[in-house]
Design a protein around this ligand. Structure first.
Ligand SMILES: [Zn+2]
Length: 165
């Protein structure tokens, strides 16, 4: 990409600093013209922010709406509100962008969501874990529940509400 100097129209500049402007989906670069030495700033908008690698090896664009829908489904009839889900999805996206990665496995994305839900609501966590972890055995589900509720803090009712079946 050619970035012309706004002062002398020269075609070559050197980047002195790059930052991610998360709220704008953009990368902000400080540049210095190599001819007139003046400094200026550019914003490069990034459309395909992140690629999600699915289990079958294919890629999809990261879709915040899809992420929100997935978390919303897990949070139905829990203490977690739709606004909280939206905030969480925006936070996860911002974290991913700040990490500088350009692709993430859907499995890893699911684990990031689970880490957050674990702290927010046990039923939502278990529901989400059922979908994303695809527990092969009931013991794995029991272990997952134990790991978040040492000492039996989860009631039987909560486990029933959140169970896979
Ligand atoms: Zn210049």
């Amino acid at each position: 990409m050619i970035v012309r100097c706004p002062f002398c129209n020269y075609e070559d500049s050197k980047v002195t600093d790059s930052r991610i402007a998360v709220e704008m989906n953009a990368i902000r670069r400080r540049r210095e013209c190599t001819q007139c030495m003046r400094r200026f700033t550019t914003f490069e908008t990034v459309d395909l922010i992140m690629q999600v690698k699915k289990r079958d090896g294919t890629y999809q664009d990261f879709q915040q709406d899809k992420l929100i829908n997935g978390i919303d489904a897990a949070c139905r009839h829990t203490r977690v509100s739709h606004d909280q889900v939206r905030t969480l999805a925006a936070q996860i996206k911002a974290d991913l962008m700040a990490s500088g990665h350009r692709e993430i496995e859907s499995r890893v994305l699911g684990e990031i969501v689970m880490e957050h839900l674990q702290k927010m609501d046990v039923v939502a966590y278990i529901r989400f874990a059922c979908v994303y972890k695809r527990f092969k055995h009931i013991n794995e589900l029991v272990e997952a529940i134990r790991s978040i509720a040492p000492g039996g803090a989860v009631s039987t009712q909560e486990i029933e509400d959140g169970s896979c079946h």
